[in-house]
Design a protein around this ligand. Structure first.
Ligand code: FRU
Length: 724
């Protein structure tokens, strides 16, 4: 963007520029700034309504997707009261002195209700809008321009209008300039033919760029379509589009909106390797024993299952961005729940919508008919989140190739907010059971229970109310656990995305809660956890993995999975409660273990861990604190504090109850490059947190304050990476 003469702003506001321009010595080619919204208020602009607030926005406003593309600190925004606000913002009168007015504009695409207007003699002579007219989209401001050659010499005002109150009911504008050069023209017909000679097309990504609809056609058919922030200059990173299926054919890439001089399309290249393959999984911000995807964003774990001798982890995946969107199911397999091998995505968005969360079962008796003789299928049950939002199946007999069921959907929409089917086989009633999140009007949450003989035909059996405060919102799971290993005391657990759970009984059709909304001990970093539908034969464990909300700016990937935890129920004075225990397989990560002799630790004592350090570590401690003591463990700068008086554990500010058990506390701490996971009170307290330690800080410390602690046992293990 050319830099305008600041002097002009004041002159324009007074409407004096036309007469003064020659005497102030301005060159004819100089750009003339109308507004850059860099001051605390709107200056001479006048506002009506509440939408535009008291002054320009500085960065993203609360409740808004990240705003990018504006210049400097401020820009005009009608999102000060969300989409609901309405109003106008009108500039002082100015003289048109250049053939073009250029600007940056974002928000809703509605030429009447979310727009910017050029007004001359009381008439609207030009209009511009943002580019969003459907859910999703982008808050990036992009260049626009008006040719006003025929208006030179006339007086004008600019009016920003927001009269819309629903989705995309707002507008954002910055850097309005009079100039001799028009902004690059946006074209909506840009395309390029590309011979598909290899496994991937590498696609340049600009993390904060405007998203565009990018379509790959083969033989005139749409085969891939996603919203992608294509980089037009230097790419922040390169995504890879899997195109093996069309190898040897010619593809056509189409983009819905690109500046005509864009280099984005010509930058796309065919390749058999992903970009930066050699450093992949070893980047500075990559968790070394927390699963994350090679490239792009991930959220919920999906389809956790054991099939054909492997654990399968599917996950919500955006292959083309480090933010949420374009929901695919990614896929990774493991022999031991710890070392994962990432394969390609198995479900991509289709005409029914993006691929939202769901589960997987092994249909051993081939009730679905989706297997072949001798080859029972692994069946994925997922939500296609289009309009309507429906439940669907896909199946595989080899754990590698997945085919969507031709009879999809298998369950029509119940309400628009129905999603995340978790399915399991209920042996006593010889039936498949689905727990499905169903949102009702007024933010009421329910989990509905459905049954099926064959995974294709579903009957609604019952419904569990969750209220409106977040309990039973999204991603339900329902499973039995034996209390303290006693099969006769088996109790059912119904959990949902935020980790809160109910315990009760289940007869195959109806879940009868005994206690609901038990507080989650997890803090806010873990979400949408799911348990495996089965483990290896003979392994009766119930294992859970959650989405760990952690990110590091500047990486070509974002978010991770928690380490796998074995779930249990243990009796407490309040009744049975869930416990989390890191799976025993994690021991394979230890590359060396140091044990520290038992001792009484006093306040002010030397740090017994001074001789230990590590980047990737596991610490196990057992201690009996005095009632007045706080025991503090520091791992790479993060503090884990146990306050004996309140029987409370604090992990990086996250506070949870953690009862002493027989007067003792046992802590298990895993420290990775992106996260810290802490288990206390024999699993009753579990706190995973996102954590970005300083790379050079490998220090460990153990201290006590307020009283002494009898340290029975300390074990520090260095851990290796799961990435080969
Ligand atoms: C939970 C969730 C699910 C949905 C998925 C979409 O994080 O909102 O309810 O299926 O993410 O990615």
């Amino acid at each position: 963007m050319p830099s305008p003469s600041p002097i002009c702003t004041a002159l324009l506001a007074a409407g004096l520029l036309a007469s003064l321009s020659l005497s102030t010595g301005l060159r004819a080619a100089d750009d003339v700034l109308i507004a850059d919204f860099e001051t605390a208020d709107y200056g001479g602009w006048s506002a009506t309504g509440d939408a535009f607030g008291d002054g320009p926005a500085q960065g993203t406003l609360p409740g808004q997707m990240p705003v990018s593309g504006f210049i400097g600190r401020g820009y005009a925004s009608s999102f000060h009261h969300g989409d609901g606000g309405t109003g106008t913002l009108v500039s002082p009168a100015f003289a048109i002195v250049r053939p073009y007015i250029t600007f940056l504009i974002g928000g809703g695409k509605d030429a009447e209700r979310t727009c910017m207007q050029l007004i001359i003699d009381g008439r609207v002579v030009r209009t511009a809008t943002g580019s969003n007219d459907r859910p999703g989209g982008s808050e990036a401001l992009i260049p626009g321009s008006w040719e006003v050659r025929d208006r030179i010499g006339q007086m004008a005002t600019i009016r920003l209008v927001d009269q819309a109150t629903r989705g995309w009911g707002h507008i954002t504008v910055d850097q309005i300039v009079q100039t001799d050069r028009r902004a690059a023209v946006m074209r909506d017909d840009m395309s390029r033919d590309i011979p598909i000679t290899s496994r991937y097309l590498l696609v340049p990504i600009a993390d904060h760029g405007p998203k565009r609809q990018v379509t790959l056609l083969v033989d005139g058919q749409v085969v891939v379509r996603n919203d992608i922030a294509l980089a037009d200059g230097t790419a922040d990173w390169w995504a890879f589009m899997e195109v093996d299926a069309w190898k040897g054919r010619t593809g056509t890439i189409q983009v819905d909106r690109l500046p005509e001089d864009s280099h984005a399309l010509s930058a796309v290249i065919a390749s058999d390797a992903i970009a930066d393959q050699a450093s992949c999984y070893h980047e500075a911000g990559r968790g070394q024993f927390h699963f994350s995807s090679r490239r792009g964003w991930l959220n919920d774990p999906n389809g956790l299952s054991w099939f054909n001798g492997e654990y399968h982890l599917f996950y919500q995946h955006n292959p083309y961005g480090v933010g949420w969107g374009n929901m695919h199911w990614g896929h990774a397999v493991s022999g031991d729940l710890v070392h994962w091998r990432e394969l390609g995505d198995v479900l991509a968005p289709d005409a029914l919508g993006p691929m939202f969360s769901g589960s997987a079962v092994v249909d051993a008796a081939n009730t679905s008919g989706l297997g072949t003789p001798g080859h029972p299928p692994q069946v994925l049950i997922y939500t296609a989140a289009g309009s309507p939002t429906v439940q669907c199946l896909a199946a595989s007999t080899d754990g590698r190739t997945y085919r969507k069921f031709s009879g999809n959907p298998v369950l029509p929409e119940i309400t628009g907010g129905n999603r995340d089917p978790k399915v399991f086989w209920h042996a006593p009633t010889k039936s498949w059971v689905m727990v499905l999140y169903v949102g009702l009007p007024h933010d009421q949450h329910t989990v509905q229970i459905l049954t099926s003989p064959n995974l294709r035909d579903w009957t609604r059996a019952s419904s569990v109310p969750g209220g409106s405060d977040g309990f039973l919102f999204e991603c339900p799971d329902l499973f039995p656990l034996a209390v303290d290993g006693n099969e006769a005391a088996t109790t059912w657990v119904l959990s949902a995305a935020n980790g809160a759970y109910a315990i009760g009984s289940f007869d195959g059709r109806v879940f009868t809660p005994e206690r609901t909304d038990l507080p989650s001990h997890q803090g806010g970093a873990m979400y949408a956890a799911q348990t495996f539908s089965a483990c290896a034969p003979g392994d009766g464990r119930r294992i859970q993995i959650g989405w760990l909300r952690t990110a590091m700016a500047g990486m070509p990937f974002s978010q991770a999975m928690t380490i796998p935890m074995q779930l249990g129920l243990t009796a407490t004075p309040d009744g049975p409660r869930l416990t989390h225990t890191p799976v025993v397989e994690l021991e394979a990560l230890r590359t060396g273990t140091q044990r520290i002799p038992a001792m009484i630790l006093h306040p002010g004592d030397a740090n017994p861990l001074a001789g230990s350090a590590g980047e990737l570590v596991e610490l196990r401690l057992e201690f009996a604190p005095e009632a007045s003591s706080t025991v503090m463990v520091t791992v790479r700068g993060a503090t884990i504090a146990y306050d004996a008086a309140h029987q409370q554990l604090t992990v990086q500010g996250e506070r949870v109850p953690a009862p002493l058990r027989g007067g003792r506390q046992r802590l298990v701490i895993y420290g990775d490059r992106n996260a810290l996971e802490v288990v206390a009170s024999d699993g009753l307290a579990y706190v995973p947190v996102a954590f970005l330690p300083k790379p050079e800080d490998h220090s460990l410390a153990l201290r006590v304050a307020g009283g002494t602690a009898s340290i029975a046992h300390v074990e520090v293990s260095q851990l290796g990476s799961i990435w080969k």
